[in-house]
Design a protein around this ligand. Structure first.
Ligand SMILES: [Zn+2]
Length: 132
């Protein structure tokens, strides 16, 4: 089996896991958004400067494509597949991880490198939100 095929299969398996998790989470009761605290927020894009060798795959740690309303989180702090509302940014799916993203930190995915650079570093309030 080729290495590329193995990577594709691994991504598929991770994606399926996320979907199954999302379905099981749906059954839980819907509470009001829970304030999680103030997080150090930076931004990134799917380019090689931001993602290194992972940029080639354009995929997140959870296996879904690196585009749309995503954030990278520390999975020990925020579970992959959970949804958060980031102050001034909006609702985001926790779907990626990053080597530098440890503890109360978020990395907001931006469509372009220029937008990621412009975002800089901000301290923003984060709420956990239930999926609709
Ligand atoms: Zn970039």
């Amino acid at each position: 089996m080729s290495r590329r095929l193995l990577v594709a299969l691994a991504s598929l398996a991770a994606g399926l896991g996320l979907v199954l998790w999302a379905c099981s989470a749906r059954a839980e009761d819907r509470a009001a958004p829970r304030f999680l605290g103030v997080y150090r927020c930076s931004a990134y894009c799917p380019c090689a400067r931001c993602c290194g060798r992972w940029a080639r795959h354009r995929r997140t740690a959870s296996g879904i494509p690196a585009r749309g309303a995503l954030v990278a989180v520390d999975p020990r702090v925020l579970e992959l597949g959970s949804r958060v509302h980031v102050q001034g940014v909006g609702p985001r799916l926790c779907a990626d991880t990053g080597r530098a993203i440890k503890g109360k930190r978020l990395d907001v995915l931006m469509p372009t490198h220029a937008q990621a650079r412009r975002f800089g570093v901000k301290w923003l309030g984060v709420w956990e939100v239930e999926e609709e």
